[in-house]
Design a protein around this ligand. Structure first.
Ligand code: PHE
Length: 513
């Protein structure tokens, strides 16, 4: 079969053959002055005849930031200071005076001084309240760092992976001085197959093929002489960077749909919450470790929150002190209203659930009540690949008569089944506000493992009685973090990705859900 290629493709093939190595698509495009898309469509032609192909590679591009660019133009601060000294034939000067003359920002001035010292161009003496510098040599050749800086001229960007060891050290210096911009890029490397390497250009026939018909071709009728290239929709086209929904938002919407399909109604609550709703109403004693500063963010402004009606506050107080009407003995300590008034960043959406119970009392609502909350919570955690200090929780509750643990397990099975997990297992757990409490794990087919999802349980009488929710009315509840599921769902290994937003990954997300 004779190989027929377009003229430009033959030229590109010739060029790559001459280079005798793989080429970076953007470099080749620049060198041959060919538009990237046109170049890639030529590469597709090479692919069609198994003459070549391309691979994608992630690179790390470095260039100067705005400050770096001004130094490239005017010299690094140390060079600027030196030039000032040389121009005015100054061999020694008080630091203060040089600072005034230099018109440099104080912090930049001192960076300059420190580097003049590191270059061993000046010495400094501090005697009798005098802080002076002296020039100690008379030649000031371009430093390695300055040479490296010059490589960025004309807005050049360098590929980090191609830097030599020496250059890497210099790069680190510029980077530490915060003069560098770093960007991740995907680049395409074009290569020739063995066939492409062996074939001689004379074996290739030039094809008069066009991919589009121009108005001129139509009016002159010359379009009849061309072979119109069919579109191949399977070939990679230009990357379209249109806006789309963030993966986390799209997952939240799916989970919201699941709750809605199960007859639940969404509730929202404040992010700035009172310790009362976040802890006290949930029967968490005031000396509970989870309430400590190292776990919870307390706020100075606003410092205190409004509490509900006095009689409800009293009901919660009595529950803590002696069990109140709940039939419990309580915790047996003196409850402090000031601790309950403190403001916190909500540590769990159960605080919002609590507000719904308070509303239930106020409105004298009828059962059943089925609500859910998907919202942001905050914990004083150090952030790493599996922990965030600010994340999202999903929580559902059912208030109804005579509901039992079996109903809860039924709800959980249904909920997680709709999320795509066919099997769940529950084990005894502990939460200060539920009794009994269950940990929920789901079976994850892909890994063949059981994964812990979250907590659940029936709210204790100590939690529900102050709000008039009494036997046989009970509250079933379950809750868990969202980002862990999101990691499974999107196959991310680092939980921070949902907030750092790696562009390459976001761009790979589909438009339609
Ligand atoms: N609030 C619990 C958490 O933050 C989850 C939970 C919700 C447990 C409801 C029981 C009932 O982990």
């Amino acid at each position: 079969m004779t190989i027929k290629l377009r003229k430009q493709t033959i030229e590109i093939l010739k060029m790559i053959k001459n280079k005798q190595s793989n080429v970076i698509a953007t470099d080749l495009g620049k060198e041959m002055n060919i538009d990237y898309i046109v170049l890639m469509s030529a590469v597709n032609e090479l692919i069609d005849y198994n003459l070549g192909g391309f691979e994608e590679e992630e690179i790390y591009q470095i260039s100067l930031n705005a400050e770096g660019i001004t130094y490239l133009k005017n010299g690094l601060p140390e060079r600027q200071l030196l030039n000032l000294l040389l121009k005015n034939e100054i061999k020694e000067i008080a630091i203060e005076e040089l600072l005034n003359r230099s018109k440099l920002d104080q912090s930049i001035f001192y960076i300059g001084i420190s580097n003049l010292k590191k270059n061993r161009w000046i010495a400094q003496s501090k005697t009798a309240g005098e802080n002076k510098i002296y020039l100690v040599v008379d030649k000031f050749p371009q430093t390695k760092l300055e040479k490296f800086l010059a490589e960025f001229k004309d807005n050049r960007a360098l590929d980090h992976s191609t830097l030599s060891n020496d250059a890497l050290k210099l790069f680190d210096k510029l980077n530490k001085r915060k003069l560098i911009n770093k960007t991740r890029k995907t680049q395409r490397i074009i290569y020739l197959t063995d066939k492409g390497k062996k074939i001689s250009i004379s074996e290739i026939e030039e094809l008069k093929q066009v991919s589009k018909i121009t108005p001129e071709m139509l009016s002159s009728g010359s379009w009849r002489n061309y072979d119109l290239k069919p579109f191949d929709v399977t070939k990679p086209g230009p990357l379209l960077k249109a806006g789309k929904m963030h993966p986390l938002v799209s997952l939240i919407n799916e989970i919201r749909e699941i709750f809605l399909s199960m007859g639940f109604i969404e509730i929202r609550g404040p992010i700035i919450e009172s310790a009362f709703y976040n802890f006290d109403a949930l029967f968490q004693p005031q000396d509970h470790p989870a309430r400590e500063m190292q776990d919870t963010f307390y706020l100075n402004n606003p410092k205190t929150a409004k509490l509900p009606d006095k009689d409800r506050v009293l009901a919660v107080q009595e529950t803590h002190e002696n069990g109140g009407e709940s039939g419990s003995l309580g915790w047996g300590y003196k409850w402090d209203v000031n601790k309950a008034k403190k403001t916190v960043l909500r540590t769990h959406t159960t605080a919002t659930t609590m507000r719904r119970l308070a509303q239930f009392y106020k409105n004298n609502d009828k059962v059943p009540v089925k609500v859910f909350c998907i919202d942001r919570v905050f914990r004083n955690e150090s952030v790493d690949k599996s922990h965030l200090a600010e994340f999202t929780q999903i929580e559902g509750i059912v208030i109804d008569d005579n509901v039992t643990l079996c109903d809860l397990i039924g709800l959980l099975s249904e909920f997680y089944r709709k999320m795509g997990f066919k099997k769940i297992i529950t084990r005894p757990g502990f939460f200060p506000y539920t009794e009994p409490s269950m940990e929920v794990s789901v079976y994850y087919d892909k890994l063949g493992e059981w994964l812990e999802m979250g907590g659940s349980g029936i709210f204790r009488p100590e939690v529900t009685y102050p709000w008039g929710i009494k036997e046989p009315t009970r509250v079933l509840a379950w809750g868990q973090g969202l980002e862990r599921i999101a990691m499974l769902y999107y196959g991310r290994e680092d939980i921070r990705d949902f907030y750092i937003n790696p562009l390459k990954w976001l761009r790979q997300q589909s438009y339609l859900k």
